[in-house]
Write a new protein. Structure first.
Length: 322
């Protein structure tokens, strides 16, 4: 999941509050991805796109953590895949920003492979291959890259004091450990927030029985986009309330958030600050289900051309996702 954006929000709020020293020291510790810069697109006069990746890596997972049973350890789940893929688009003229979810089961050609595969498997060959896949398969130029793993996600959510999510009914996902006993608004801590963000088998209890969301991963990406907006606002509120928290928020992520070598976090934060305050526009990539060689996958559907053109900087904004 992609709360690496929270780092930029914390920096932006710190800059506005005049507490850049602590924030700068923490930013200097953020890890870099050395091989990605070579495949990134040059800057554009119209858009600046960030590829935001949530890795499903279990490296350094705590076997004693409350959610260890739902996540597993590195011994249980080996290798890395991109559990979540999003594109953050910043309009260089207006300063507005938009968020696009790319379904993990999208069937695409992956550079260096002889056969198509699900897009989330491109990360197995490294972040640079995932960037190249997005650029070649979808035609969307990527100027910057940021990723966070499961542990980093939980740390960031806890550092901003949790994220409030509202539920109409009791909700659960027995696979991830999500457990909301009654309808209402709740501040989710890192463990429950990760269970919510990862949920592909989201269920609600209504009319006397549990009903699973039939949209599966597409429903998950919708909830994730809403979560990102809420998390960004929570970070902005927390750091504005207590500016010296900026360094703590950023420091909580330094072991798990990684960005490309060329990303100037302070410059990006200044550019994104107005958009975060106004809220990010949310888009879903139109797709349709298909079975290919026994694989249940997703292909681009009607309406995808308009969304892709917008994120390429070549077309007007389409209607936002419901």
């Amino acid at each position: 999941m992609l709360i690496g954006l929270v780092v930029m929000v914390a920096v932006a709020a710190a800059g506005a509050a005049g507490t850049l020293v602590a924030a700068r020291g923490a930013v200097d510790q953020v890890q870099r991805v050395p091989d990605v810069a070579a495949v990134l697109s040059p800057s554009s006069d119209t858009v600046e796109n960030f590829l935001l990746v949530g890795s499903d890596s279990r490296a350094n997972a705590d076997p004693n953590a409350p959610d260890a049973g739902g996540i597993g350890t590195e011994a249980d789940v080996q290798g890395n895949r991109s559990d979540t893929i999003m594109i953050l688009r910043r309009d260089t003229a207006t300063g507005t920003a938009s968020l696009l979810s790319i379904p993990r089961d999208l069937w695409v050609d992956i550079p260096g492979r002889s056969k198509p595969s699900r897009i989330n498997s491109a990360y197995n060959d490294g972040p640079a291959t995932l960037v190249q896949t997005v650029q070649t398969a979808l035609g969307i130029p990527i100027q910057h890259y940021a990723e966070v793993d499961f542990n980093g996600f939980k740390s960031l959510v806890d550092a901003i004091g949790g994220v409030e999510i509202c539920f109409f009914y009791p909700a659960r996902d027995v696979n991830t450990g999500l457990n909301i006993p009654e309808g209402g608004c709740f501040v989710l801590d890192g463990v429950q927030a990760l269970a919510y963000a990862r949920s592909r088998h989201f269920e609600e209890f209504k009319e006397g029985d549990w009903h699973e969301d039939p949209t599966s991963d597409l429903g998950r990406t919708k909830r994730q986009r809403d979560f990102v907006n809420r998390a960004l606002n929570a970070a902005l509120v927390e750091v504005k309330r207590n500016p010296f928290r900026a360094g703590e928020v950023i420091a909580s992520s330094t072991g798990a958030v990684r960005v490309d070598d060329d990303l100037d976090v302070f410059e990006a934060a200044a550019a994104l600050r107005p958009a975060v305050a106004d809220g990010l526009l949310s888009y879903a990539l139109p797709v349709r289900g298909e079975t290919i060689n026994g694989n249940a996958v997703l292909l681009l559907a009607d309406g995808s051309d308009a969304v892709l053109a917008y994120f390429r900087g070549e077309g007007p904004p389409p209607p936002v996702a419901a």
